[in-house]
Design a protein around this ligand. Structure first.
Ligand SMILES: N[C@@H](CCC(=O)N[C@@H](CS)C(=O)NCC(=O)O)C(=O)O
Length: 228
Protein backbone atom coordinates (compact mmCIF):
# COMPACT_ATOMS: atom_id res chain seq x y z
CA UNK A 1 0.00 0.00 0.00
CA UNK A 2 1.25 3.50 -0.83
CA UNK A 3 0.37 6.36 1.50
CA UNK A 4 0.58 9.76 -0.19
CA UNK A 5 0.19 13.26 1.27
CA UNK A 6 -0.76 15.99 -1.19
CA UNK A 7 0.46 19.22 0.30
CA UNK A 8 1.05 22.82 -0.70
CA UNK A 9 4.50 23.87 -1.91
CA UNK A 10 6.12 27.19 -2.66
CA UNK A 11 8.25 28.01 -5.70
CA UNK A 12 10.81 25.74 -4.08
CA UNK A 13 9.29 22.24 -3.87
CA UNK A 14 10.54 21.64 -0.33
CA UNK A 15 9.15 24.89 1.07
CA UNK A 16 5.98 23.62 2.75
CA UNK A 17 4.03 26.23 4.63
CA UNK A 18 0.30 25.36 4.75
CA UNK A 19 -0.87 25.18 8.39
CA UNK A 20 -3.38 22.45 7.53
CA UNK A 21 -0.75 20.33 5.80
CA UNK A 22 1.60 20.74 8.76
CA UNK A 23 -1.09 19.35 11.04
CA UNK A 24 -1.20 16.17 8.99
CA UNK A 25 2.58 15.79 8.81
CA UNK A 26 2.70 15.97 12.61
CA UNK A 27 -0.22 13.54 12.94
CA UNK A 28 1.48 11.01 10.67
CA UNK A 29 4.68 11.24 12.69
CA UNK A 30 2.65 10.84 15.90
CA UNK A 31 1.21 7.60 14.51
CA UNK A 32 4.60 6.45 13.21
CA UNK A 33 3.26 6.23 9.64
CA UNK A 34 5.54 6.75 6.66
CA UNK A 35 4.26 8.53 3.58
CA UNK A 36 5.29 9.86 0.20
CA UNK A 37 5.00 13.65 -0.15
CA UNK A 38 3.19 14.94 -3.25
CA UNK A 39 3.84 18.68 -3.21
CA UNK A 40 1.44 20.71 -5.37
CA UNK A 41 1.23 24.38 -6.31
CA UNK A 42 -1.92 26.47 -5.75
CA UNK A 43 -2.89 26.07 -9.41
CA UNK A 44 -2.12 22.35 -9.75
CA UNK A 45 -5.81 21.54 -9.45
CA UNK A 46 -5.64 18.62 -11.88
CA UNK A 47 -3.31 16.80 -9.52
CA UNK A 48 -6.12 16.90 -6.90
CA UNK A 49 -9.01 15.99 -9.23
CA UNK A 50 -9.08 12.41 -7.86
CA UNK A 51 -10.13 13.84 -4.47
CA UNK A 52 -13.25 15.54 -5.85
CA UNK A 53 -12.31 18.93 -4.41
CA UNK A 54 -9.54 21.55 -4.75
CA UNK A 55 -7.84 21.97 -1.39
CA UNK A 56 -4.89 20.35 0.36
CA UNK A 57 -4.11 18.43 2.50
CA UNK A 58 -5.32 15.23 0.85
CA UNK A 59 -4.27 11.85 2.20
CA UNK A 60 -4.45 8.93 -0.21
CA UNK A 61 -3.96 5.30 0.76
CA UNK A 62 -4.52 3.45 -2.51
CA UNK A 63 -8.26 3.95 -3.19
CA UNK A 64 -8.98 5.51 0.23
CA UNK A 65 -8.94 9.34 -0.13
CA UNK A 66 -9.50 11.81 2.72
CA UNK A 67 -9.25 15.60 2.63
CA UNK A 68 -9.47 18.25 5.37
CA UNK A 69 -6.96 18.18 8.21
CA UNK A 70 -9.39 17.23 11.00
CA UNK A 71 -11.17 14.64 8.86
CA UNK A 72 -7.72 13.14 8.26
CA UNK A 73 -7.08 13.09 12.04
CA UNK A 74 -10.38 11.23 12.49
CA UNK A 75 -9.58 8.83 9.66
CA UNK A 76 -6.13 8.09 11.11
CA UNK A 77 -7.65 7.36 14.51
CA UNK A 78 -10.15 4.96 12.95
CA UNK A 79 -7.65 3.20 10.69
CA UNK A 80 -4.70 3.24 13.13
CA UNK A 81 -6.09 3.26 16.67
CA UNK A 82 -2.62 3.17 18.27
CA UNK A 83 -1.64 6.48 19.93
CA UNK A 84 -4.96 8.34 19.39
CA UNK A 85 -4.80 11.88 18.04
CA UNK A 86 -8.27 12.92 19.15
CA UNK A 87 -9.80 9.76 20.57
CA UNK A 88 -13.51 9.05 20.55
CA UNK A 89 -16.02 10.71 18.15
CA UNK A 90 -16.98 13.38 20.71
CA UNK A 91 -13.33 14.44 20.88
CA UNK A 92 -13.47 15.02 17.13
CA UNK A 93 -16.46 17.34 17.66
CA UNK A 94 -14.55 19.25 20.36
CA UNK A 95 -11.54 19.58 18.08
CA UNK A 96 -13.86 21.13 15.50
CA UNK A 97 -14.90 23.74 18.07
CA UNK A 98 -11.23 24.52 18.78
CA UNK A 99 -10.60 24.72 15.04
CA UNK A 100 -13.40 27.29 14.60
CA UNK A 101 -12.22 29.35 17.59
CA UNK A 102 -8.57 29.38 16.50
CA UNK A 103 -9.59 30.13 12.91
CA UNK A 104 -10.97 33.47 14.02
CA UNK A 105 -8.63 34.31 16.87
CA UNK A 106 -5.29 33.07 15.51
CA UNK A 107 -5.51 32.24 11.82
CA UNK A 108 -7.02 35.59 10.78
CA UNK A 109 -4.40 37.75 12.58
CA UNK A 110 -1.64 35.52 11.21
CA UNK A 111 -3.03 35.96 7.73
CA UNK A 112 -2.61 39.75 8.11
CA UNK A 113 1.04 39.15 8.90
CA UNK A 114 1.71 36.38 6.40
CA UNK A 115 -0.16 37.32 3.22
CA UNK A 116 2.77 39.29 1.74
CA UNK A 117 5.15 36.45 2.62
CA UNK A 118 2.95 33.81 0.99
CA UNK A 119 2.75 35.95 -2.13
CA UNK A 120 6.54 36.25 -2.15
CA UNK A 121 7.36 32.53 -1.80
CA UNK A 122 4.83 30.96 -4.18
CA UNK A 123 5.62 30.06 -7.74
CA UNK A 124 5.32 33.17 -9.98
CA UNK A 125 2.80 31.17 -12.04
CA UNK A 126 0.53 31.00 -8.93
CA UNK A 127 0.64 34.71 -8.07
CA UNK A 128 -2.28 35.93 -10.20
CA UNK A 129 -4.47 33.10 -8.92
CA UNK A 130 -3.49 33.79 -5.31
CA UNK A 131 -4.12 37.53 -5.65
CA UNK A 132 -7.45 37.10 -7.45
CA UNK A 133 -8.91 34.50 -5.06
CA UNK A 134 -7.72 36.24 -1.90
CA UNK A 135 -8.77 39.72 -3.00
CA UNK A 136 -12.21 38.30 -3.78
CA UNK A 137 -12.37 36.72 -0.31
CA UNK A 138 -11.04 39.80 1.54
CA UNK A 139 -13.01 42.33 -0.51
CA UNK A 140 -9.85 44.45 -0.80
CA UNK A 141 -6.38 44.34 -2.33
CA UNK A 142 -3.68 42.19 -0.70
CA UNK A 143 -1.81 45.38 0.14
CA UNK A 144 -4.85 46.94 1.86
CA UNK A 145 -5.56 43.68 3.76
CA UNK A 146 -2.00 43.12 4.98
CA UNK A 147 -1.22 44.50 8.44
CA UNK A 148 1.86 42.76 9.88
CA UNK A 149 2.07 44.78 13.09
CA UNK A 150 -1.70 44.74 13.81
CA UNK A 151 -1.82 41.01 12.99
CA UNK A 152 1.13 40.28 15.29
CA UNK A 153 -0.49 42.25 18.11
CA UNK A 154 -3.83 40.40 17.79
CA UNK A 155 -2.09 37.04 17.46
CA UNK A 156 -0.16 37.66 20.68
CA UNK A 157 -3.38 38.51 22.49
CA UNK A 158 -4.92 35.27 21.19
CA UNK A 159 -1.95 33.32 22.60
CA UNK A 160 -2.44 34.62 26.16
CA UNK A 161 -4.78 31.82 27.36
CA UNK A 162 -2.47 29.20 25.82
CA UNK A 163 0.53 30.82 27.49
CA UNK A 164 -1.15 30.38 30.90
CA UNK A 165 -2.12 26.77 30.15
CA UNK A 166 1.34 25.84 28.87
CA UNK A 167 2.90 27.31 32.02
CA UNK A 168 0.97 24.58 33.90
CA UNK A 169 1.38 21.58 31.57
CA UNK A 170 3.85 20.67 28.80
CA UNK A 171 1.30 20.19 26.00
CA UNK A 172 -2.20 21.41 25.17
CA UNK A 173 -3.29 17.77 25.28
CA UNK A 174 -1.71 17.33 28.74
CA UNK A 175 1.42 15.36 29.56
CA UNK A 176 1.99 14.20 25.97
CA UNK A 177 1.41 15.91 22.62
CA UNK A 178 -1.76 15.05 20.70
CA UNK A 179 -4.20 16.25 18.07
CA UNK A 180 -4.96 19.61 19.69
CA UNK A 181 -1.24 20.44 19.85
CA UNK A 182 -0.87 19.67 16.14
CA UNK A 183 -4.03 21.58 15.27
CA UNK A 184 -2.63 24.74 16.91
CA UNK A 185 1.09 24.37 16.24
CA UNK A 186 0.32 23.95 12.52
CA UNK A 187 -0.60 27.64 12.59
CA UNK A 188 2.71 28.58 14.21
CA UNK A 189 4.61 26.45 11.69
CA UNK A 190 2.93 28.39 8.90
CA UNK A 191 4.56 31.55 10.26
CA UNK A 192 7.83 29.78 11.06
CA UNK A 193 8.30 28.38 7.55
CA UNK A 194 7.63 31.82 6.13
CA UNK A 195 10.47 33.23 8.24
CA UNK A 196 8.33 34.87 10.94
CA UNK A 197 8.08 34.22 14.67
CA UNK A 198 5.30 36.39 16.06
CA UNK A 199 5.53 34.87 19.55
CA UNK A 200 8.08 35.41 22.31
CA UNK A 201 10.93 32.90 22.29
CA UNK A 202 11.24 33.17 26.09
CA UNK A 203 7.70 32.12 26.91
CA UNK A 204 5.78 28.93 27.67
CA UNK A 205 4.42 29.00 24.09
CA UNK A 206 7.97 29.46 22.78
CA UNK A 207 9.23 26.47 24.79
CA UNK A 208 6.25 24.33 23.68
CA UNK A 209 6.91 25.25 20.03
CA UNK A 210 10.60 24.34 20.38
CA UNK A 211 9.73 20.98 21.95
CA UNK A 212 7.41 20.07 19.09
CA UNK A 213 9.85 21.38 16.48
CA UNK A 214 12.72 19.33 17.98
CA UNK A 215 10.55 16.20 18.06
CA UNK A 216 9.49 16.67 14.42
CA UNK A 217 13.00 17.46 13.18
CA UNK A 218 14.44 14.49 15.03
CA UNK A 219 12.00 12.25 13.19
CA UNK A 220 11.86 13.90 9.77
CA UNK A 221 14.91 16.15 9.45
CA UNK A 222 15.21 19.95 9.37
CA UNK A 223 12.24 22.05 8.29
CA UNK A 224 12.96 24.42 5.45
CA UNK A 225 12.32 28.10 6.22
CA UNK A 226 11.98 30.85 3.64
CA UNK A 227 14.80 33.39 3.73
CA UNK A 228 12.50 36.42 4.12
N1 LIG B 1 -10.42 23.08 6.32
C1 LIG B 1 -9.35 22.63 5.45
C2 LIG B 1 -8.69 23.86 4.84
C3 LIG B 1 -7.78 23.49 3.68
C4 LIG B 1 -7.22 24.72 2.96
O1 LIG B 1 -7.76 25.82 3.05
N2 LIG B 1 -6.10 24.51 2.22
C5 LIG B 1 -5.46 25.56 1.47
C6 LIG B 1 -3.96 25.54 1.73
S1 LIG B 1 -3.53 26.29 3.26
C7 LIG B 1 -5.58 25.28 -0.02
O2 LIG B 1 -5.56 24.15 -0.44
N3 LIG B 1 -5.70 26.32 -0.83
C8 LIG B 1 -5.75 26.15 -2.26
C9 LIG B 1 -6.46 27.26 -2.95
O3 LIG B 1 -6.75 28.27 -2.30
O4 LIG B 1 -6.68 27.12 -4.14
C10 LIG B 1 -8.37 21.77 6.26
O5 LIG B 1 -8.39 21.84 7.51
O6 LIG B 1 -7.64 20.97 5.68
Amino acid sequence: MTRELYELRGAEPDLLFSPYCWRVRLALLHKGLEFVSRPVRFTDKEALAFSGQKLVPVLREDDRVVHDSLAIFRYLDEAYPQRPLLGDPSAYQRAKVIERLTFMSMRMPLLKLLVPRVHAVIDPADRDYFRRTREQAFGQTLEAFADPSGGTQRFREALEPLEKLLAEQPYLDGEAAGGVDYLVVGLLLWAWCLGAQPWEEASAVGAWFRRLLAWYEQGQGPIKRAAL
